[in-house]
Design a binder for this molecule. Structure first.
Ligand code: ADP
Ligand code: MG
Length: 580
């Protein structure tokens, strides 16, 4: 992925790394060795004799300076660019997934793990670069030592094994502290920070003084984490110390042999220096190979989360062989036929043998207690979930046979938890129908119908006013003002079917009444499905469905239902009394 993000830079980064960690020190010591040897051989050495080495030294050093500054300069780009690239991929993937997927706790967990793994991903690339540099370093050292002291090679290679082994075993046990255990602490911390600082929660936290209690919760998690980590870390400390001392003793032995050779005069001083440095390099290089390998091995598991995420398929997909939606009538007739439904992995039927026909252009209200299944009906109609039994027909065609995007384009829906886009007023509206973003008439119309025109005048920048407090110069709106803005978005969509699932709870009863009167009058040619707890709104609908336990208990217009003196009449009376 990093490769794709920036090919040239990755190659440059790799080369620069190998150059400065391996080649450059080698050239330096090689040149120094040559100079020392010349000086040692005959005493009256002239500058001309060593000048060529001086020039060589200057060249290799300049290359090193150029490479490191180039990488430094681009390092920022690499880090930020890579992070941005990953974000782009994540957002791209999220747009292909559906509400049913997002409602799964297992998916939310995966998403958190992917976020946590992104650091691992870039670290893995650094490890890979380190791994390749370490190989280059080791090979160079072997190449240099082979003609001088071949015995050093097996000695040093064996000397690094104990430290690697202990490191590998301990790393396996410490790894959860960098991943799963770490995310537990960060998630609790993040949650507490959000609770204390968010507009929506800080008020309650403030009057109940929960700050100190929350802080204590975080401290406990942190302490537990550090304590457990220290315990494991300590259990390996003496082993690692021993292994390092062993490695050092082997190194001392090799350098003893090296020193004996130079003292005896069988080895030139320059060669001695070279052998000394390359022995060190062989140790650090081979240790690097093993370390990077062990570290990469652990990271791979974490990185697999990325692949699981990017392979994730939406719960609902369009059919292989879609059917065409018959063009008449518009709006289409919608029929729920013997529909039963239960949420995946649950036991309870939310809808049981549910039957209803929504006629073309009808204004239907859905009422019923919380949890009666109203929103579920909408989710099924929008095919966020598939029915467990029965079918939903649109102009006679099962919605499972329609292309999903085409079906969704026929519906404008607004939910209780609609989006408050922290962008401009205008964007909040035209996101309902991006293709029509320059349609001024449609915009004005939608603003007027929703009642948002009432407060638009008070916004300093008019329709270009940034709303919400998230970004600079944003002006926050009241709950009711937000709802009107969201309604404008639904109207702007101008789809033949309009669904409003309690988006108006924060609007006062009179304003809601006016909005829906507007809807009835102005949306004559549309099918409108309204869910509201306000009977003043509901009573104007062509037909009211009273839902209880996933079944239609009563249906008819306001007058019929009042005459029937059933649940509707009872609830209506209670609310009417409250208003008197
Ligand atoms: N994603 C879900 N998984 C499991 N149960 C759910 C899910 N969403 C809603 N429910 C349950 O379905 C029932 C109906 O919910 P809903 O349709 O939202 O009710 P209403 O909109 O009428 O208040 C409730 O008991 C709710 O707990
Ligand atoms: Mg609901």
């Amino acid at each position: 992925m990093s490769w794709k993000a920036n090919k040239q830079f990755t190659s440059l980064f790799l080369f620069s790394n190998i150059y400065s960690s391996t080649l450059y020190p080698f050239f330096q010591i090689f040149i120094l060795a040559q100079v020392l040897d010349i000086i040692q051989k005959h005493h009256g050495v002239t500058m001309a004799e060593v000048a060529v080495y001086g020039i060589l030294f200057a060249i290799v050093s300049l290359i090193n300076i150029a490479l490191t500054s180039l990488v430094n300069f681009q390092g920022f780009y690499k880090e930020v660019g890579f992070d941005m690239y990953i974000d782009k991929l994540i957002i791209q993937k999220l747009t292909t997934l559906d509400p049913q997927t997002f409602e799964k706790p297992s998916f939310q967990k995966l998403l958190a793990e992917v976020e946590a793994a992104r650091g691992v991903l870039s670290a893995q690339i650094d490890r890979l670069t380190g791994f390749i540099s370490a190989i280059a370093k080791t090979l160079t050292a072997i190449f240099v030592l082979l003609p001088l002291f071949p015995i050093f090679i097996p000695l040093i290679l064996v000397s690094v094994v104990p430290a690697y082994y202990i490191g590998d075993v301990s790393r396996k046990r410490m790894w959860p502290f960098f991943t799963s255990k770490r995310t537990v602490v960060t998630r609790v911390t993040q949650y507490v920070k959000t609770l204390l600082s968010q507009d929506s929660t800080s008020k309650e936290a403030s009057i109940f003084h929960t700050g100190a209690i929350m802080q204590h919760k975080v401290t406990i998690e942190q302490q537990k984490y550090l304590r457990d980590y220290k315990k494991i870390n300590d259990s390996y400390a003496s082993g690692i110390l021993g292994a390092n001392i062993f490695q050092f003793c082997v190194f001392l032995l090799t350098q003893y042999i090296n020193l004996v050779a130079v003292v005896k005069g069988t080895l030139a001083v320059g060669q001695f220096t070279l052998a000394f440095q390359q022995s060190q390099n062989l140790a650090t290089g081979s240790q690097g190979i093993l370390d990077m390998y062990s570290s990469m091995k652990n990271r791979i598991q974490q990185i697999e989360k990325f692949f699981t995420f990017f392979d994730y398929q939406p719960a609902i997909t369009s059919p292989q062989e879609p059917k065409i939606l018959p063009t008449s009538p518009v709006p289409p007739i919608i029929e729920f036929k013997n529909v039963s439904f239960r949420y995946p992995k649950t036991e309870r039927d939310i809808l049981k043998n549910f039957n209803v026909i929504l006629n073309s252009g009808e204004k239907i209200a859905l009422v019923g207690e919380n949890g009666a299944g109203k929103t579920t009906i909408i989710k099924l109609l929008l095919r966020f979930y598939d029915v467990t039994e029965g079918e939903i027909l649109v102009n006679g065609i099962n919605i499972k046979n329609l292309i999903l995007e085409q079906w969704h384009s026929k519906v404008g829906a607004l939910f209780q938890d609609f989006i408050k886009y922290q962008f401009t007023f205008k964007e909040n509206i035209y996101y309902g129908n991006f293709e029509e973003k320059n349609n001024e008439d449609l915009l004005k119309d939608a603003i007027a119908k929703s009642g948002a025109d009432k407060y638009l005048e008070s916004l300093p920048d008019g329709v270009n006013q940034i709303v919400g407090k998230m970004f600079d110069s944003g002006i926050d709106l009241s709950g009711g003002q937000w709802q009107k803005l969201a309604l404008a978005r639904a109207f702007f969509r101008n789809a033949p079917i309009l669904i409003l699932d309690e988006p108006t709870a924060a609007i006062d009863a009179k304003a809601e009444y006016e909005i829906f009167e507007n809807v009835q009058k102005l949306q004559k040619d549309k099918t409108v499905l309204i869910i509201s707890h306000r009977f003043s709104t509901v009573r104007n609908a062509d037909r009211i469905l009273v839902l209880e336990d996933g079944k239609i208990l009563e249906e008819g217009n306001h007058e019929t239902l009042m005459k029937k003196k059933g649940l509707y009449a009872e609830l209506f009376e209670i609310q009417a009394k409250g208003y008197k």
